[in-house]
Design a protein around this ligand. Structure first.
Ligand SMILES: Cc1cc2nc3c(=O)[nH]c(=O)nc-3n(C[C@H](O)[C@H](O)[C@H](O)COP(=O)(O)OP(=O)(O)OC[C@H]3O[C@@H](n4cnc5c(N)ncnc54)[C@H](O)[C@@H]3O)c2cc1C
Length: 422
């Protein structure tokens, strides 16, 4: 057992995933002394073998990544989202040549951000590139990273908290931030209960090259088994998030190339020309997990550790960045004022800031998944009416675009693109 801490500073961040590293970089660049610990070496997460997903990054998330120096590394690999088309698909419709049918809703970024080069609705980036950009930024700014290093537990000693690693060593800070994902060990050890459910659905994720350009349009088709999203990537490629009942998704993942090509063409249609699947296929089980508290004694939860939601609206990581931006604001302000960063007053401020938005998205995505993953005639009629109505009302369209862009409520400075410093 060591007698000296491997690191002693303001905060220890447990989990160097996309949320944890973003927060650590923001705090480090603002002038706080922080360290990140992850069970896996950071570079193991940078290949498509590790994570085949791509994420839609809201425009406020991009502003934050820009202000902490990550966007410059990510921009060459990211695709602007100019339009979002939401379509109520039907079984066997596929996406017919000529494009989507009548129950659809079109979001056009020019309605909220004018000009040819105006800010897009968001950006699409493969997670592996986001992780590369985060790791490059972390390295360039000299962030303390301990990886691979597995966290076993945390303990409190007066005004300090310790993070114990499974090799018996420890790190300490005034506050520990759990960014250790949906199955957070620190959340569980703190006795913070979660509520939610498993949807019995899985998302099949794959990348597809297509002959025709997508022109920055993100498509979401609602099918009875769940949403089918075609999300634009650079170089005439798109990322698919194809939701099915769990067994059907696994079957798609395990199909041979010819079988998958046939299933893909039947679902996707040919509106983007000939399709060529690229790289491995993945499935992710989908569920909702909401933490009843975001804080404990000298502990704050951020990212999927605080709540994990259905990807129907592409908001999980965006919520993690909103947590990170709000917590960074609270901690920097407390540091400036000479307060104890792990005191209840500081952490309660963070929880108040984030809980409402988080609950809204959790309940909202749960509701939309139920509403859209079904084929009852009356429900279909209701959602067709809803989509058509929003499509006709410009202020409603603008409201939803700003909501998805994360531009609602009291925004932390980082989400406005402002730099954070002591
Ligand atoms: C199919 C799918 C599509 C999605 N699409 C989008 C999208 O378009 N837009 C969007 O915003 N979100 C999207 N999401 C959600 C998004 O992927 C997650 O919200 C995000 O990856 C969570 O990041 P995180 O850093 O909070 O957690 P994680 O990525 O789970 O990171 C947790 C980290 O903690 C580490 N860790 C865990 N336990 C320990 C321990 N004991 N010791 C040390 N380290 C530990 C792990 O190694 C890991 O690196 C999608 C999700 C799915 C499933």
């Amino acid at each position: 057992m060591s007698t000296e801490a491997k690191f002693s500073g303001d905060s220890v961040i447990v989990g160097g995933g996309m949320a944890g590293l973003s927060l650590a970089i923001a705090l480090h660049k603002a002038g706080l002394r922080v360290a990140v610990v992850d069970a896996a070496p950071l570079d193991s997460a940078m290949t498509s073998e590790f994570d085949g997903r791509a994420s839609a990054l809201a425009y406020t998330s991009w502003r934050m990544l820009d202000s902490i120096g990550v966007a410059e590394h990510l921009a060459p690999h990211a695709q602007r989202i100019e339009d979002i088309l939401v379509v109520d698909g039907r079984p066997n419709d596929g996406l017919r040549p000529g494009g989507p049918g009548r129950d659809s809703l079109h979001f056009d970024r020019r309605e909220i951000h004018s000009g040819e080069d105006g800010e897009p609705l968001g950006w699409m980036a493969e997670n592996r590139w986001t992780r590369v950009a985060l790791a490059r930024t972390a390295e360039a700014c000299g962030l303390s990273v301990f990886a691979p290093a597995k966290v076993d537990s945390m303990s409190r000693q007066g005004a300090r908290a310790r993070v114990h690693l499974d090799d018996g060593s420890w790190l300490e800070g005034a506050v520990v931030i759990a960014c250790d994902g949906k199955f957070s060990r620190l959340r569980e050890q703190a006795g913070i209960r979660t509520t939610g459910r498993e949807y019995g659905q899985k998302a099949l994720v794959a990348t597809v090259a297509h002959a025709l350009p997508h022109e920055g349009v993100a498509y979401e088709f609602f099918m009875p088994a769940g949403p089918f999203a075609i999300l634009p990537l650079p170089d005439n490629r798109s990322s698919l998030v194809w939701t099915e009942k769990a067994a059907a998704a696994d079957a798609l993942r395990d199909m041979g190339p010819a079988g998958f090509q046939e299933a893909l063409e039947a679902r996707f249609g040919d509106f983007l020309g000939a399709l060529t699947p690229e790289g491995p296929r993945w499935t992710y089980p989908l569920g909702l997990k909401m933490s009843e508290r975001f804080i404990d004694d000298r502990l704050a939860l951020v990212g999927d550790a605080a709540r994990a939601i259905h990807p129907i609206a592409g908001q999980g990581f965006n919520l993690g960045l909103r947590d990170a931006a709000a917590l960074a604001d609270c901690l920097v302000e407390a540091k400036r004022a000479g307060l104890d960063l792990g005191s209840p007053a500081v952490l309660e401020g963070y929880e108040r800031w984030r809980k409402g938005d988080s609950a809204l998205l959790g309940i909202g995505t749960d509701f939309f998944n139920l509403l859209f993953s079904n084929d009852h005639a009356s429900v279909r009629a209701m959602r067709g009416f809803g989509l058509g109505l929003v499509d006709k009302i410009a202020p409603a369209r603008r409201f939803f675009m700003r909501q998805a862009g994360g531009e609602t409520g009291d925004l932390p400075g980082l989400l406005k693109g402002e730099a954070l410093s002591l």
